[in-house]
Design a protein around this ligand. Structure first.
Ligand code: FES
Length: 201
């Protein structure tokens, strides 16, 4: 069990994020995305809110948890980054061709909460890039699942062992449901917006 993500109680998300990065051997960039996001969320809590009423509409929306822009141009196939939106972590995973095929070919009965893969896979660059954009809190008690690279399986929860495929569909409990999809859209080939009003899924 992940010592920073205590089982049996709701974990401290910041500790879980750092643990997830360290325990999965994430790349240095994975960790930096995570650390920056977590620190930003913590630092913003006290400093930004008193200023909200003085901000222009766009800035006010961002401070209140408005859309987050992510430059995805440098995220390679097979790579995962974690971003923070509205104080919660979300995974942005650039799927490999094998992962997409495995998700599409999986039999329905291996899932606890079946949903078609194509409804959970986002396409960019005219369909040449495939992405999984999912909440990074386990639907059991909220721990941050750890990335695995088995082709089909995408995450394992360090707290009680739930498993999710590369699109965030739960294959093993106790998590009862899939990792939720946030609203998102691709503003262009390189820019993903999480929290956009126009839902991406
Ligand atoms: S929090 Fe219990 S399995 Fe994920």
């Amino acid at each position: 069990m992940n010592s920073r993500c205590n089982a049996g109680q709701r974990p401290d998300i910041r500790n879980c994020l750092v643990s997830a990065a360290l325990e999965t051997g994430g790349t240095r960039r994975d960790f930096l995305y995570i650390a920056t996001g977590a620190a930003g969320a913590v630092g913003a809590a006290g400093a930004v809110w008193p200023l909200v009423d003085q901000l222009a509409p766009n800035a006010r929306e961002r401070a209140a948890g408005g859309p987050v822009e992510i430059d995805i141009s440098g995220i390679e196939e097979g790579q995962l980054v974690t971003i923070i939106w509205r104080g919660k972590p979300y995974f942005i995973r650039h799927l490999t061709a094998n992962e997409v095929a495995a998700a599409n070919d999986a039999k329905q009965d291996v899932f606890r909460d079946f949903a078609p893969a194509d409804g959970r896979i986002a396409s960019a660059k005219g369909g040449s890039e495939k992405w999984a954009i999912v909440a990074a809190n386990c639907t059991h008690l909220g721990c941050v699942p750890t990335k695995v690279d088995t082709g089909f399986e995408g995450w394992v929860c360090p707290c009680h062992g739930s498993k999710f495929d590369v699109t965030g569909r739960v294959t093993k409990g106790p998590a009862p449901t899939n990792l939720p999809l946030p609203p998102y859209e691709f503003a262009n080939d390189d820019l993903l917006i999480v929290g956009a009003k126009k839902a991406g899924a």
